[in-house]
Design a protein around this ligand. Structure first.
Ligand SMILES: Nc1ncnc2c1ncn2[C@@H]1O[C@H](COP(=O)(O)OP(=O)(O)OP(=O)(O)O)[C@@H](O)[C@H]1O
Length: 652
């Protein structure tokens, strides 16, 4: 077997990400400029910054031989500014490193070990924090004596609590996470866990805190020097220059404006760069987003080929959406294409999907992990995060209207209103700090003008409808006080809050045991019968499909490869992939049957092969399968398959 060379990571480099954030880039350029100037100052043709020249006192900027003028002793301001910036930078960065090292160490140890260690360390930190920090810094300098180094120590010490508190908070949030537990279970000792599990996770916070405090510390050191406690004459830093200039502010404004301007530029550029560094270090933003995800998935109409191109999924040769809308389908999807652009790679997560959901109908979307089911579901109401997600083509007709032509506010009104989602893990979708009753009230009042009391009554009714025992009391419970099955019922109650016409359920029973799963499926079936709700049910489990779905669409590598009624697909699968998928389902009582796993792996959606994406795993594949795009061909009675060598189908 030949192994393909590994493709270069699609993740944009840190520099590229920084370049995309214009403000951070500007900060980086200015800060780099100041640093370079500070570094080369000793080699620049500058006069001695401490050389006085009483004959040339208080010269204004642009004077002959003194570009920025002179101060009250006739010293060259440009030279003093560059040497002073050097000192301020060195002190600010050193104090920040010192505070970051000791503060973070205290925070990590305290947050990790907790208990008495945490108590002792944090009470110590609280004692330091009990003093106003600038008074504490003054007291430290007063005790140690005025001077730049003592100012550095004072500023570093008063900032240690800031790091310690911040980092302890982050550590406490991480220390009970599953990956730390699994490191413990694997036998790692405290030091290794601290270094390999905790530190890398708090590092971005340390760097971000540092990048934002360097500017602050430069200001604080400047403050001490301004008060005469930092740099001592004739040595200058930006603060002492500002202090000297302040005395002559009315007669020679440039003496204070120039160092003040430099402090402003320096602090501003460091803070802008700090924000950029935060965005780069956060792995969730590495996918290309330095910006907040847009409220609705970005639609890129430049890639639109018009409705339904060949092979995308018309069935029976008719333009799908029009035909389905005529049939009165609640949801009609035509040639939907959703992509993720990561660096130079384009991941075609949904590659031209067409299907419809009729009124009061339940359609199943089935497929292996990564086949594009969730992205399809999220695309329907523009919920795929942008960036990096983009709708690259297609139409989604909800009750005859194209969702992608709607205004953002209209789409928002539909979400949780006419169309509602139920997700796999209700614990992560329910708010941990509000009671389930309050969350239901919020969902109801987001779409209806009703009083809190009325909404609360409706919330209790909803809980009763989804068969939560003792709903009046349970409405006051918090998500963590309910069992997994109950939480999922609350998730369904939330979805039902505004009597939706369509429920999009993304693997709502996957995390539940079989008895609770059966109860939830029964509940959803009852709701369909009583309220006429339509359901798009996403699952990888054919057992669930047979329980609840009228029709089913099988997805593979971002495309629908087979579609038909549940009976057609389960009893007569036409696509070899569907057949293999059904054969993977264990059946009770069949002890002799060996579960046939599908060999190989699905292709990466950023590197899809020409022709059938399943060909490499299919024992029926021929050369023709790899020759070009394959259409979803009708087999009769609404059954369709995207295969040129389908299994033999015997329709009743
Ligand atoms: N934010 C993202 N950035 C890049 N690629 C993504 C992103 N979200 C999903 N994808 C890719 O889109 C493809 C489809 O993912 P999707 O979540 O729809 O699969 P799925 O069939 O729902 O799988 P599962 O059953 O495991 O949830 C996968 O290849 C996945 O890696």
């Amino acid at each position: 077997m030949t192994i393909k060379p590994r493709k270069r990571s699609a993740r944009p480099s840190a520099l590229k990400l920084l370049a995309r954030n214009h403000l951070a880039l500007m900060g980086a350029v200015i800060f780099a400029g100041v640093i370079i100037l500070a570094l080369i100052t000793p080699w620049l043709p500058l006069v001695n910054p401490d050389a006085t020249d009483p004959a040339n006192r208080l010269l204004p900027p642009l004077s002959d031989g003194h570009f920025l003028g002179t101060d009250h002793l006739g010293r060259d301001l440009l030279s003093r500014l560059l040497w002073g910036t050097r000192v301020s930078l060195a002190v600010g960065i050193s104090a920040s490193l010192f505070a970051a090292f000791f503060g973070s160490a205290i925070g990590i140890i305290s947050g990790y070990f907790g208990g008495r260690t945490d108590n002792i360390m944090m009470r110590g930190i609280d004692m330091v924090m009990a003093f106003p920090y600038i008074l504490l810094a003054l007291a430290i300098v007063a005790a140690l004596g005025p001077g730049l180094m003592n100012a550095l120590y004072a500023i570093a010490v008063v900032n240690i609590p800031f790091f310690a508190r911040n980092i302890r908070g982050v550590t406490v949030g991480i220390v009970h996470r599953e990956f730390v537990d699994s490191a413990r279970l694997s036998g790692k000792g405290h030091i290794r866990i601290l270094l390999s599990e905790i530190l890398p996770n708090v590092m971005p916070v340390i760097v971000i805190t540092m990048s934002t405090t360097v500017g602050w510390m430069i200001l604080e050191t400047a403050g001490l020097s301004f008060l005469g406690l930092g740099a001592q004459p004739p040595q200058a830093d930006l603060g002492s220059m500002l202090g000297e200039g302040r005395k002559l502010i009315t007669t020679a404004l440039h003496l204070s404006a120039i160092p003040g301007g430099m402090i402003f530029v320096l602090v501003m550029s460091i803070n802008l760069l700090g924000d950029g560094i935060r965005d780069i270090l956060d792995p969730r933003l590495k996918s290309g987003a330095l910006a907040r995800p847009a409220p609705v998935t970005r639609i890129d109409r430049s890639t639109w080929d018009g409705p339904a191109h060949a092979g995308s999924g018309h069935v029976n040769g008719q333009p799908g959406a029009k035909r389905d809308a005529e049939k009165g389908a609640i949801l009609s999807v035509e040639d939907l294409r959703t992509e993720f652009v990561l660096g130079d790679d384009v991941y075609k997560a949904v590659g031209g999907v067409s299907f419809h959901v009729g009124r009061n109908e339940c359609v199943g979307l089935v497929g292996e992990s990564g086949s594009g089911k969730s992205v399809t579901a999220l695309s329907l109401l523009g919920l795929v995060a942008s960036p990096p997600g983009t709708i690259a083509g297609g139409r989604v007709m909800l009750d005859g209207r194209d969702v992608f032509d709607m205004h953002e506010q209209e789409i928002r009104a539909i979400r949780g209103g006419r169309a509602a989602y139920v997700f796999q893990d209700p614990l992560s979708t329910l708010h941990p700090l509000f009671s389930v009753g309050d969350q239901l009230v919020e969902a109801i009042r987001a779409h209806n003008r009703v009083s809190y009391k009325e909404a609360w009554q409706k919330a209790v009714e909803l809980l009763r409808m989804v068969r939560i025992p003792n709903p009046e009391k349970r409405a006051d419970s918090y998500p963590h006080q309910l069992s997994g099955g109950m939480r999922q019922r609350v998730g369904i109650a939330m979805a039902l809050a505004n009597e939706p016409e369509l429920i999009i359920a993304d693997e709502p029973t996957t995390a539940l045991d079989v008895t609770v799963q059966a109860q939830i499926l029964k509940l959803m079936n009852n709701l369909r019968e009583q309220h006429g709700t339509s359901v798009l049910f996403i699952t990888h489990d054919f057992g669930v499909v047979s329980e609840i779905c009228d029709r089913v669409a099988v997805m593979y590598a971002g495309q629908i490869v087979e579609m038909g009624t549940t009976q057609q697909v389960l009893e007569n699968p036409a696509h070899p992939y569907t057949k293999r998928l059904i054969d993977c389902v264990p059946r009770l009582g069949e002890t002799a049957r060996e579960i046939a796993a599908i060999p190989g792996l699905p292709p990466a959606v950023n590197d899809l092969p020409v022709g059938c994406a399943f060909a490499d795993r299919c024992d029926r594949a021929a050369d023709a399968c790899r020759a070009g795009a394959i259409d979803l061909d009708p087999l009769g009675d609404g059954h369709a398959v995207r295969c040129i060598k389908p299994m033999e189908v015997r329709h009743a």
